[in-house]
Design a protein. Structure first.
Lengths: 326, 305, 288
């Protein structure tokens, strides 16, 4: 069964200075919530923007394969890609406060997505806006139509963004850290909302985040990213139970689990810092911080399978690395 | 917002009053007005007659308040040399200056905004550099010199436009072009920087993520935000243009208020000079108020929340 | 009135080091011409020679070899007058900037630093100044009190301080609450000390940029005033005056207005290039 979104070996560079993404491969199945997780600067947002062809000026992308529902995204012109954006693939961003145009009403910004892709009257589009705003939990949606973004709170704006993303019934929603800028309580509400939408609409979600807690809550499958590469892919439960890649291990050991934390032991951390990667870098980016590294890690790293629908990028065979006690 | 307007209006009145005071003092700079009016040949007796006739024998503050009082109701007194009331003089000439100003501003906007958008969309390309060079050149050309050059080229060599006087719409073309040139550099740069900021903003990224067409993104979403400061500054630019039109009107012998000011300075026609300064200042004050209102109207953030 | 800050010009794109270098070269060249130019030109700018009127410059026919740029309507050597005119333009530019700078910076810093009523008064003064039609008032002053270099400088200096005030005020407000200023205040520094030692040096770079722009503006304004006959009095060869004198002959001998006009244009362009280059160099933030 072919996936909804299939990416093989994506690379993104910005000039000759930086290789933001070196080899990202991921698959998102229909109706699946897939989390792309990693630290700041690992290239996960850039990956999302590359998929949508929304890279900033100077960004160049290339991949062995990048297809959405069978269509090769790389071969599309910007105009053709624009017909997919907001229509079959939607994206929401991290900063709800600045992501809406301050000069236009909420209603008009929502309606224009529908009229752009499906035509129809503005009235019909506004009606659909009201319907979707209700669906995402916005109270008094008719009133919201005529309001301006600055009149809404951050949580409300993010809901508007989600509703706006759903106007044309997309098959895939790319959500780049949608809750990072929000309060914890609002965060929980938004996540619940996304789970509900997935259930009711069969919506596939590519959720970008740095928060393992979110991953544990909503993800069906996870791709872990480090320094521009996807280093491990697995179903969520299995990832948490038996992480294979040394980085993933380290990451999970950093998260204190109530009940398992021992007072006399320091919290886990990974020594060192994320290296800056320039084009031409070879081998594993984690080797400077990995306790299992050896000379072969400076060369091509094999992708190993660790069971059904699991793989990771490391020279180590599956099962060698054991979970560190917290 | 009404509150805002009321306060700006009150401030404007205060400024106008200050300008009135300054204008009054300005004409008293040359010392004894009566002597200036009477001329170098006049005898002492003549000067005294003139002094009485023009009310120049009254104490200064009496003269001032009498002028202010009448100015409030639009009576600026009689011109010393034009045999007409100052109000009439200005009233006849003002439409010309206003027309010139509007022609100049419209031309400036028609050129600046597209150029600014183009430069912003092609940032750092040779088009952008070309536009920058164009604005730098525009800023450095003395307006009266440009006027003369246009006269030679368009008026004489090509013979397509009249080089002086008022009368037909053709008389406004060259002056309008020169006037536009005084505003184009600033407006172009403002449009350009506003568009660059807008295009780099998060809400434009959202608009692209929604799959909107490029034209709509640039012309509706970005421009709408970038235009706010341009519009409000354009109103103020108009004020500067009207105030500075004196040079252009004089070169082209266009009978507007600026030219009137020039003529009355040459003739020591003080009531006219005072009144012209006041009228131009009042127009500028009105335009800044308009600019604030436009700003509030165009930016929803200022209107409500 | 809304704050006048927004009125003034935003950043241009990188003029680039090339532009900056060109600007400095131009200004340096004209300064040299102003200082020593007339010692190299064989003629005196004021000597009339009515038998040799309106001779064309060397690139046109009918030229008189020894007058490289020809002669004006009174037979005076054009090149000599042009070189002397550089002196006038630069002098006016510099003196005006010093005067208006003193006034504007003082007002701006006081208003920005003390805030409150003082600031209200400063803003009111700025707004009033902006409402005044500058050219008209300058003309009126000179018209009523007679032409003269000193009067022109004084008038322009008293009129062109607004941008200095606006920028000084804005930058002062930005830094008055920064830590190093507060630290000095806590150490017991007097207000005068704060203003002179802490605030001024840190806003100086922004003010330098304003100074170049105002200098260019002053030069253009003086040229306009002289062109209208109410600026620098003849026989002083202000470039604006030379254009005015040449106006009557421009249809037959266009170089009479072209040469001084180009000189003005090049000088102002050079100063503006320097100003923009300075602004980019200093990474001056947009003042909004």
């Amino acid at each position: 069964m072919s996936a909804l979104l299939e990416i093989e070996d994506l690379a993104v560079t910005f000039g000759s200075r930086s290789a933001a993404v070196r080899g990202a491969s991921l698959r998102v199945e229909k109706g699946e919530t897939h989390c792309l997780v990693g630290e700041s600067g690992c290239g996960k947002s850039v990956t999302a923007l590359a998929i949508m062809n929304l890279l900033a000026r100077g960004g160049q992308r290339s991949a062995t394969q990048m297809s959405f529902a069978g269509t090769d995204l790389l071969s599309l012109s910007d105009r053709e890609m624009a017909r997919l954006r907001g229509n079959r693939i939607s994206m929401i961003f991290q900063e709800p406060m600045t992501s809406l145009n301050p000069a236009f009403t909420v209603g008009s910004q929502m309606a224009e997505v529908l009229t752009r892709h499906r035509g129809g009257s503005r009235t019909a589009a506004l009606e659909r806006s009201v319907e979707l705003m209700g669906r995402v939990g916005i109270t008094a949606p008719e009133m919201r139509l005529g309001q301006f973004p600055h009149q809404l709170s951050g949580g409300l704006r993010q809901r508007v963004m989600i509703a706006m993303a759903l106007m044309c019934d997309p098959e895939l929603l790319v959500a780049d850290e949608p809750t990072t800028a929000l309060d914890v309580t609002v965060q929980a509400q938004i996540l619940r909302l996304l789970a509900t939408l997935k259930r009711e609409l069969g919506l596939a979600i590519l959720l970008i985040t740095h928060d393992l807690g979110i991953v544990a809550r909503v993800a069906d499958r996870v791709s872990v990213m480090y320094a521009g590469e996807v280093v491990e892919r697995a179903p969520t439960a299995e990832l948490f139970r038996s992480p294979q890649h040394p980085y993933t291990r380290g990451l999970l050991s950093c998260v204190p689990v109530p009940g398992r934390v021992r007072r006399d032991r320091p919290l886990g951390s990974i020594p060192g810092v994320v290296p800056a990667i320039s084009p031409g870098f070879a081998g594993c980016a984690f080797r400077s911080r990995c306790s299992y590294a050896d000379a072969t890690c400076a060369h091509e790293i094999p992708r190993r399978s660790a069971g059904a629908a699991r793989d990771y990028l490391c020279r180590l065979a599956p099962g060698i690395t054991e979970p560190q006690p917290a | 917002m009404l509150n805002l307007i009321a306060r700006r209006l009150a401030l404007g009145v205060l400024v106008a009053f200050t300008v009135m005071t300054l204008a009054f003092m300005l004409t008293r700079l040359s010392g004894d007005l009566a002597i200036s009016i009477a001329g170098p040949q006049a005898s002492q007796a003549d000067v005294e007659i003139i002094r009485k006739a023009y009310g120049l024998d009254r104490p200064l503050y009496v003269q001032f308040f009498s002028w202010v009082g009448r100015a409030m109701i639009g009576d600026f007194g009689q011109s010393y040399f034009f045999k007409d009331s100052v109000a009439n003089l200005i009233g006849r000439r003002l439409p010309i200056t206003l027309t010139l100003g509007l022609v100049g501003l419209s031309l400036a906007l028609v050129i600046s905004i597209p150029l600014g958008i183009l430069a912003a969309l092609r940032e750092n390309s040779w088009i952008d550099r070309g536009v920058t060079m164009f604005t730098m050149v525009g800023q450095a050309i003395p307006s009266f010199w440009l006027a003369l050059i246009l006269m030679i080229v368009l008026g004489l060599n090509l013979g397509i436009l009249p080089i002086s006087g008022t009368g037909t719409w053709q008389h406004f073309v060259m002056p309008g072009i020169v006037l536009a040139f005084t505003a184009i550099p600033a407006l172009t740069r403002l449009t350009r920087s506003g568009m660059i900021d807008a295009m780099a903003s998060d809400y434009i990224r959202t608009a692209r993520a929604k799959g909107l067409s490029r034209a709509r993104i640039v012309l509706k979403h970005a421009l709408r935000n970038a235009a706010i400061p341009v519009v409000s500054i354009a109103a103020v630019q108009l004020g500067f243009m009207l105030g500075g039109s004196i040079v252009i009107e004089t070169v082209f012998a266009l009978h507007g208020v600026g030219y009137l000011g020039w003529e009355s300075i040459a003739k020591n026609d003080f009531p006219v000079v005072q009144a012209v300064v006041l009228v131009l200042a009042a127009i500028y004050i009105g335009l800044t108020l308009l600019s604030d209102i436009l700003n509030a109207l165009l930016d929803p953030r200022l209107r409500t929340g | 009135m809304s704050e006048p800050i927004a009125i003034h010009a935003p950043l241009t794109p990188r003029v680039g080091m090339a532009g900056f270098a060109v600007g400095i070269a131009i200004v340096a060249f004209i300064v040299v011409v102003a200082l020593v130019g007339n010692t190299f030109v064989p003629h005196d700018p004021f000597t009339q020679d009515l038998g040799n009127r309106l001779k064309p410059p060397f690139w046109m026919e009918g030229t008189q070899g020894e007058h490289l740029l020809g002669t004006d309507q009174l037979g005076r050597d054009y090149l000599a007058r042009l070189a002397y005119g550089a002196r006038i333009s630069l002098l006016i530019g510099i003196m005006t900037v010093i005067t208006s700078g003193l006034i504007g910076i003082t007002l701006g810093v006081l208003g920005g630093f003390f805030g409150g009523r003082v600031d209200d008064a400063v803003l009111f003064a700025i707004t009033t100044r902006l409402s005044i039609p500058v050219v008209l008032v300058a003309l009126a002053v000179v018209g009523l009190m007679g032409s003269g270099l000193g009067l022109v400088v004084a008038t322009l200096g008293l009129l062109l301080w607004d941008r200095f005030a606006v920028v000084a005020r804005a930058t002062t407000m930005q830094i008055r609450n920064l830590d190093y200023v507060n630290a000095a205040r806590c150490a017991g520094a007097s207000t005068a000390h704060l203003l002179i030692k802490e605030i001024l040096p840190n806003i100086a770079s922004h003010l330098a940029v304003v100074a170049t722009l105002e200098m260019a503006l002053a030069i253009l304004l003086e040229a306009a005033l002289s062109f209208l006959g109410l600026g620098v009095p003849p026989p002083l060869p202000s470039w604006g005056l030379m254009i005015a004198e040449g106006k009557d002959y421009m249809f037959f001998s266009p170089w009479v207005i072209m040469v001084p006009g180009v000189a003005l244009f090049v000088l102002v362009l050079g100063i503006n290039l320097v100003g923009d280059g300075l602004r980019n160099l200093l990474g001056a933030e947009r003042l909004r």
